[in-house]
Design a binder for this molecule. Structure first.
Ligand SMILES: [Zn+2]
Length: 247
């Protein structure tokens, strides 16, 4: 049984993009798919009070497929439901970057706040795109991490509001086949949790979503993290909640 949450359009920003928007922003090809609300339905019994709009941008040539991205989307829905947070609206965009680039250089030039590729690709999300954007890339070059996020709380208020790369996440293809002890864990949920809680990792003996140690990453979110996530300005309060009919 699924709890189907209906998203009302007003108040959620424009958020619906078309191919043209992504081409105008600098991509060579783009295919936009809106994920139906039914596919973002939270598990039964969870009371969803907020929703997170997201653009998932799959760089062509990265090996990420629509189905592989959807697997992370579904896991993230199940993980965030424990905090009363849903996903939606969600767009998945297959975008071909200039020169077919899909491996991004994550080295931060000295004196710069972020990698050049991150600055460049962040600016290529059109103004009408759902935020935050999550980029599914091939490899993150010059980076030991499998994924990165650029979140508020790490930087000054001016920087937090003035730069396109803030509130962005970057996920390498390697995360797709990295084995985890917890099958329900998702790197995408981990990265989005960083953006929402504006917090880093936590060292703990209990496995959880933002554990500092890879072997202790799990689909469980600590209640304190939930509390912080629920205060994020990236979330929209849910205007309508439909409960399933009694059977
Ligand atoms: Zn992390």
């Amino acid at each position: 049984m699924l709890l189907v949450v209906a998203f009302a359009a007003p108040g959620l920003g424009s958020g619906q993009t078309v191919e043209r928007d992504w081409l105008d922003a600098g991509f060579e090809k783009a295919e936009v798919r809106r994920v139906p609300a039914a596919e973002l339905a939270a598990p039964t019994g969870e009371k969803i009070e907020y929703t997170l709009p997201v653009s998932f941008i799959r760089l062509a040539g990265s090996n990420w497929t629509h189905a592989r991205v959807m697997r992370h989307v579904s896991r993230t829905v199940r993980i965030f439901a424990a905090c009363g947070i849903g996903l939606g609206p969600v767009e998945i965009i297959e975008a071909q970057a200039p020169d077919g680039r899909h491996d991004l250089d994550m080295e931060i030039p000295s004196g710069q706040p972020a990698p050049e590729d991150v600055v460049k690709f962040s600016a290529m999300a059109p103004a009408s795109a759902l935020r935050p954007p999550v980029y599914f890339v091939g490899r993150l070059l010059n980076d030991e991490a499998l994924a990165r996020s650029f979140r508020r709380g790490d930087v000054s208020v001016q920087e937090a509001t003035g730069f396109a790369y803030l509130d962005t996440s970057w996920v390498a293809f390697k995360t797709h086949w990295m084995e985890r002890k917890d099958d329900e864990y998702s790197t995408v949920a981990h990265e989005l949790a960083h953006l929402l809680c504006e917090c880093g990792h936590e060292r703990s003996r209990e496995p959880h979503l933002l554990n500092r140690y890879r072997n202790f990453l799990s689909s469980h979110i600590q209640p304190e993290t939930c509390e912080r996530m629920r205060k994020s300005p990236l979330l929209e309060p849910l205007p309508i909640q439909a409960t399933p009919p009694a059977k």
